[in-house]
Design a protein around this ligand. Structure first.
Ligand SMILES: [Zn+2]
Length: 346
């Protein structure tokens, strides 16, 4: 019996150690995966530079979220609560910052979110960085621009009801943007279109916001519908941490919900990657198409090119995860590990 338990323990530990432990919460996992996928959609002239710096770009894809704890002005840059702007907000909202600020006041915009304007601000900074051929700034602003743009693809980042808390569906935010991608990524088709040039970045980002917001009623309604097949006990998992109990959606509910949503999360992830590549590309074109190979400290090696080819092939076939070519793996927190071992050992 004891040996049985020990061998089970070793087996589990093996599984855990073979799974890299990484950040959390479009969730950290989502941002990092999208960042990597975006690189495969770039034209050759840009791709080799971005691929050389892929680890850095993937790691810093979540830097704006990390900044929230130290910068009180950071939070509103990640969302826009459209319902706060009255009836038909998308039709009535001026797209340009100055006009929107004149109509609603800067304070109101700061309260209800800045994400579309933040994207445009970063788009201009990245274009400048290309123009100056400043490698560090190119990487910095590529990562930041990508983050806010990816946030704008998450439906609940465009709603006052951002966690489902206004409709008795608290916990929806991390269910949709973290748990579902982590649980289902291997079944997603994430091959997206190649980067394209945007004549109007402003029009593009507002289209992203519109498409995200249009999905909010549907994702909330489907949650209610799926809930009919669950009881309170099967729908949620309650965990105790530091004397506090935390309620979140159960794995079984997340699976059923994902099934009912169809390809919604996959489609938003794919659109996110495609738009990230397109925004980077648009900035590069507007910044005078600098020769990025000159910004590499050493020329690319044959091995690097071979690796890129292999990754791109896997991306097209949808086997990046299966072939262990994703830089970011599913997160397992230390507490999950402890709980898991605890329940298994009984
Ligand atoms: Zn964010």
């Amino acid at each position: 019996m004891f040996y049985n338990r020990i061998s089970k323990f070793i087996l589990i530990l093996g599984i855990i150690l073979s799974t890299s432990i990484s950040g959390h919460s479009w969730g950290f996992f989502g941002h990092k995966v999208i960042q990597q996928l975006a690189i495969y959609g770039l034209p050759k002239d840009m791709q080799k530079f971005y691929h050389r710096n892929m680890t850095l770009l993937v790691e810093t894809s979540v830097r704006p979220d990390e900044r929230r704890s130290s910068d009180p002005n950071e939070a509103p840059r990640h969302f826009i609560d459209l319902e706060a702007f009255g009836e038909h907000p998308l039709e009535n909202m001026p797209h340009a910052w100055d006009a929107a600020a004149a109509k609603y006041s800067v304070d109101t915009l700061q309260k209800y979110g800045l994400v579309p304007w933040q994207v445009i601000k970063l788009k201009e900074r990245l274009t400048q960085a290309f123009y100056k051929k400043d490698k560090d700034s190119i990487l910095f602003y590529s990562a930041d621009l990508a983050h806010y743009l990816q946030d704008a693809h998450v439906p609940l980042h465009t709603s006052l009801n951002h966690d489902g808390h206004l409709t008795g569906q608290t916990g929806m935010h991390s269910l949709w943007e973290s748990k579902l991608p982590e649980q289902n990524l291997s079944s997603y088709n994430l091959k997206h279109q190649k980067a394209q040039y945007f004549k109007s970045a402003e029009q593009e980002i507002w289209e992203v916001v519109r498409a995200s917001h249009a999905l909010v009623p549907q994702l909330l309604a489907i949650e209610k519908q799926v809930s009919q097949n669950f009881t309170e006990a099967t729908k949620y998992t309650v965990t105790e941490r530091n004397g506090r109990s935390r309620r979140s959606y159960s794995d079984a509910f997340a699976s059923a919900y994902n099934q009912a949503l169809g390809t919604m999360v996959q489609d938003r992830m794919r659109a996110s990657a495609e738009k990230t590549a397109s925004f980077w590309y648009t900035c590069w074109v507007d910044g005078g198409k600098p020769d990025l190979s000159q910004l590499l400290a050493t020329p690319r090696t044959k091995a690097e090119d071979k690796q890129l080819k292999q990754e791109q092939k896997a991306w097209k076939k949808g086997t990046l995860q299966e072939k262990d070519l994703l830089l970011t793996k599913i997160r397992i927190s230390l507490m999950d590990v402890v709980e898991w071992i605890g329940t298994t050992l009984g």
